[in-house]
Design a protein around this ligand. Sequence first.
Ligand code: FEO
Length: 183
Amino acid sequence: MDTKRISSTLEEALGQQMNVELFQSHIYLSYGIWATDKGYGGIGNFLMRHSQEEREHALKFMQYVLNRGGKPKVTAISEPGEGPSSLSDCFNKVFQHEVSNTEKIYNLVDMAMGEKDWATWNFLQWFVKEQIEEETLAMDLIDKLKIAGGDQATDESLFNLDKDLGEAEDDAELARNATSENP
Ligand code: FEO
């Protein structure tokens, strides 16, 4: 008896997204290495922790496809490419990668809706919310560096930024959690 509960189209698309998340993990790892090599150990640690989070995203896609009776295919992961040219370039690239990933998630939501596959649509809502957090986190990085003085920041403010990010929360504050006591 065929117990597969996902279309071949969505099985393939979600499998591809698993590989996209692994690529994201690769990107963060390479940027983490770049930052650490430049002497920003705290920023490097932050980015490497995020690399792990991206791998967890990949595993969620893997597990979902398996749960629905499909089989995701692991493909080769592209090289992350040239390292960033500066801290602001690094954070801008992080933001661009997240926006591009959000677009891919929205496309999957669209496909699930087109097929009236509400189980997959529901599964993807976790990622819709997660991408709000991911984009906010990336915007926070850009803002923090801007406040520190951007690429003209003094050694002292970069030292403090590096220390802060080494100890920073891995999740950004979301609007849905805001209260009057803690806006
Ligand atoms: Fe898995 Fe940063 O998106």
